[in-house]
Design a binder for this molecule. Sequence first.
Ligand code: NDP
Length: 350
Amino acid sequence: MKSINPELPVVVTGGSGYIASWIVKYLLEDGKSVRATVRSLKDNSKIQHLLELKEKFKDKLSLFEADLMLDGSFDKAIEGVELVIHTASPFFVAGVKDPQKQLIDPALQGTKNVLESCNRNSSVKRVVLTSSVAAIYGDNIDSLQVPNQTFTEKHWNTTSSLTHQPYAYSKTLAEKEAWDIQKKQSRWDLVVINPSFVMGPSLSKRMDGTSVEFMKNMLKGVFRTGVPDTKMGYVDVRDVAKAHILAGFTPEAEGRHITSSEVIPMLGVAKIIKEKFGNKYSVPTGTLPKFLVYLIGPFFGLSWGYTKNNIGQPLHLNNEFSKTNLGLTYRPLTETFTDHVIQMERSGLL
Ligand code: NDP
C-alpha cells in the first residue's frame, strides 16, 4: 500500500515510445509534472511530439537523456521522485539478427539499470513496469496446459527462448528480474502491466514501432492474399496508458495485470476495418491454409516454430484483475482500430 505525492514529478522511461507518449500526455493533462527519459535529445524525428507537449505544458515536462545500456544513466531523472514508470524496452519481432544483443541485453540490463537507480534514490516508493502478456505465455498452444485453457496473472511464459520467440523471452527475463530486485528491499513496491497487442492512435508520426507497422501492413495490402488463422489479444493504447497511471496512483494496487480488451482472430481486425472504411484499403478477406503459412511465413518473420504452435490454436486471457484492482475500463476494439486508421490518415502516413 503506497500513496504517491501527486505534487512530485513522475518519471516515464522511454518517453518517446508509442505507449509512453500517451502516459506522458495523460499525466500532464492531469496536472502532474513529468520527467520523460529519451535515448537522444537530438533526434527530433523521435521526440517532436514531446517537444510540442513541452511547448504546451511548459516546465511541467522535462526531458532527460538516458540509455538502457549505460549504467547510472537514469540516476539524474529519478532523483527525488516517488513514482517511476519504466516502459523503455526494445519491441520488435521481425528482422531480429542477434536476439541477445538486440532484445535480451537492453530488456534485462535496462531493467536492472533503472531499478538500481531506484535503489540508490531513497525517495522512490513505487515502480510501475511495462511487461507484456508475452511474459505470461509464449505460444497459444501453451494454453492447452492451463486450467480452462485461460491464462491469468499466475502464469509465466516457460516456452520462449533465445531462439524461439526471443522478444517474449526478453520480456519474461526482464519481468522476473524486476520481481527479484524488488523482493530484496521493502521501500518501493512493484506493479506490473502486462498488455496484449497494443493498437490505437499514435501521438507521433513515427513508423518504426511494431504496433504501428502492423496497422500499416494491414492497410497497405501486405496481407491482401490472406492472414494466418491466429488469435491474439488486442488493447487500446489509451487504455494501456491509463492502466499505468492507475497502477501508479492507486495505493492498494499490486501484482501483475493482464491488460487486454478482447481476443480476436487476425482476420477480425481486417473485418472491423472493412466495416468502417469499405473498400478503401486492401485488407485481407480470408485466412491462409497452414501449409502456406509454413511456406511464406518466414518472409514475414513467422518461423516454423511459431506457425506450429500458434496457427489454429485457442487463446483466452483473463483481464478481470485489471478491472477490479485498478478499476480499468476497456474501449471496444472497433473504436481502437477506427481511431488508429484515422490518425494515420490525418498524419499523412498512408
Ligand atoms: P516503442 O518501440 O514505441 O517504444 C520503445 C521505447 O523503448 C522507445 O522509447 C525506445 O526509445 C526505448 N528504447 C529501446 N531501446 C532503448 C535503449 N537502449 N535505451 C533507451 N531507450 C530504449 O514500443 P511500445 O511503446 O510499443 O513499447 C513500450 C513497452 O511496452 C515495451 O516495454 C514493450 O515491450 C511493451 N509492450 C508493447 C506492446 C505493444 O503491442 N506495443 C505489447 C506489450 C508490451 P527510442 O524512442 O529512442 O527508440
